[in-house]
Design a protein around this ligand. Sequence first.
Ligand code: PNS
Length: 161
Amino acid sequence: MKKAICPGSFDPVTSGHLDIIERAALIFDSVLVAVLHNPSKSCWLSAGRRVELLRKAVAHLPNVSVDSSEKLLADYAKEQGAVVVVKGLRAISDFEHEFQMALINRKLNPSLDTVFLTSGEHFQYLSSSMIREIGSMGGDISGFVPPVILPDLLECIHQTT
Ligand code: PNS
């Protein structure tokens, strides 16, 4: 039974994230999507809200669960019995930082490997920060997020602008 973990800030989850999660769910027996703390980002949505949106977005995937943690990824993965980290790579520019994190995580937890999936070609340019910016300035974000979370996201944008 191979359990994978898909970590991220997911602020908010994008169609690109969902593409990676769906593909990971085809490869691994179970996938835990983990909303973790990124100290270099100050998040727009609360961790609880990000988990709620993710749970809606992955409701059609029976082997995927969603949770959040304040722990280090290496420790949380061990606690949850995950042996593989799955990350999406959009472009070469993502690579250096992701490579560094993969090496550090394996140093901290030698049984934890990282697998990179290349982002779908339609999602190479997508990022949560772009969606936040477009949404907060009244732009149309419907092509960038899972349709099932669009109403909730528009409500979040409405509440915070
Ligand atoms: O979506 P992001 O912000 O690029 O995801 C980064 C995230 C949350 C996966 C990363 O910051 C992380 O793993 N945070 C948990 C704390 C941790 O383990 N830090 C050491 C990383 S080498």
